[in-house]
Design a protein around this ligand. Sequence first.
Ligand code: MG
Length: 268
Amino acid sequence: MKYCRFLLNNRAHYGRVEDRSGELWIVAPHDAPEEDLRFRVENGDSSSAAFTPMPLSQAQLLAPVTPSKIICVGRNYSEHAAELGNEVPKEPLLFFKPPSSVLSPGGVIVLPKLSEKVDYEGELALVIGKRTHKLPIDGDWQGAIRGCTLANDVSARDLQKRDVHFTRAKGFDSFCPVGPIVSDELDLSAPQNIQARLNGELRQNGSTKDFIFSIPFVLSWISAVMTLEPGDLILTGTPAGVGQLKPGDRVEVSMPGLGVLSNSVVAE
Ligand code: MG
């Protein structure tokens, strides 16, 4: 199952996505996920809408999730911890990004005047599918997630170093591009290759086999603290190769099976 969320005639719709000869297409309406109550109230039953298949690349995409919270794992690849001069952590470092930071695929990352150094961080993101609390480390972690997508954990590095907490550094509007699709077809127990390109040049080329903390460990660790709700997002950390964004840049995060999350950059 693969799906996206997109605008059609100025209304948000969910669409089922399929691979047709190597290109992702929106082929049919897809039911709104249970967390998207606003969608249901405003738009009713999406399955009744008239629909013509279209390439995903031609759709006006929206972020495919409407999370109640976004939980991030910092320093989950040892080479990235080293490039920022940090020790490899003994326990997962967690922080939040606000839902107001979510940005659509194709949306514009705004570099705030308050920061002089904003970095991209390409990441695999998990989408929670079922209310989950205190998941045991050997519990059914695959049953807790609906699928996965891509995210860019955009970070104001100077504010991150200056502030005790990451709230400002990670929290600006547009600092969490997400998408373009949610998929449950990736084997998350096998290594997956994640890449980020800046203006077409490969900058990050990591593998989830290098996670310091595995997906089941991270889900167990987070849900020991807070109840995870359907649609919540977990950003699993970024590999080495992060770098600064400048106005006019284009940053692309990709993983086989998840498409390409592409965003442009402007100054505030
Ligand atoms: Mg990150």
